[in-house]
Design a protein around this ligand. Structure first.
Ligand SMILES: NC(=O)c1ccc[n+]([C@@H]2O[C@H](COP(=O)([O-])OP(=O)(O)OC[C@H]3O[C@@H](n4cnc5c(N)ncnc54)[C@H](OP(=O)(O)O)[C@@H]3O)[C@@H](O)[C@H]2O)c1
Length: 161
């Protein structure tokens, strides 16, 4: 099963200058707790932005030239169909953790979205989560939060159609 996990602003913004927009420590804890012991799939820009493999998870990076990924604790793929065939099984939850190119590709294939809905916007954002149809998903609010004066909500969307 494929799940997307992202922190998104009011205008679906997710990034700026290849970094996250907001620093939300409790969201990072939620991300860790949700993805621990699972496979996490990311694009090369997100891998560069994080700067290292995420601990206690199998890190899978999509990249055009696998030689660019030298870290031993990361599995690099240059072919997305091959990656899906080898790494994604129906009986395990795998997490697509960004960025925009990965969310866009996997949106039609995902059954779940763990979206941290941030009650803020940033007009300088340059990277966005795909538009999604609200009536295609059952929305469950998991927890309200506030960090650095920014309110946000952990939300689980499960696909209905
Ligand atoms: N708010 C959040 O929750 C969140 C989460 C994650 C990321 N982000 C943000 O999102 C932004 C990055 O997003 P992005 O869309 O620019 O980059 P990305 O999706 O992280 O990476 C895109 C790159 O991945 C490689 N790639 C993607 N699809 C591929 C395929 N099918 N085959 C081979 N290689 C493939 C290519 O790298 P090469 O061409 O270089 O090989 C491509 O340029 C950053 O600002 C980051 O902070 C936000």
């Amino acid at each position: 099963m494929i799940s997307l996990i992202a922190a998104v602003g009011e205008n679906l913004e997710i990034g700026k200058d290849n970094h996250l927009i907001w620093h939300l420590p409790n969201d990072l804890k939620f991300f860790y707790k949700t993805t621990i012991n699972h496979k996490v799939i990311m694009g090369y820009n997100t891998y560069l932005s994080i700067g290292h493999a995420l601990s206690n998870r199998t890190n899978i990076v999509m990249v055009d030239d696998k030689k660019k990924v030298t870290a031993q604790d990361v599995i690099a793929y240059d072919n997305i169909e091959e990656m899906i065939a080898k790494e994604i099984k129906n009986d395990e939850e795998v997490f697509v953790i960004g960025g925009a190119s990965m969310y866009k590709y996997f949106y039609p294939l995902a059954n779940r979205m763990y979206l941290t809905l941030v009650k803020a916007s940033d007009k300088d954002a340059d990277t966005f989560f795909p538009e999604y149809r609200k009536d295609s998903w059952h929305k469950k609010i998991l927890q309200e939060n506030i960090d650095n004066n920014i309110a946000y909500t952990f939300t689980l969307f499960e696909r209905e159609k």
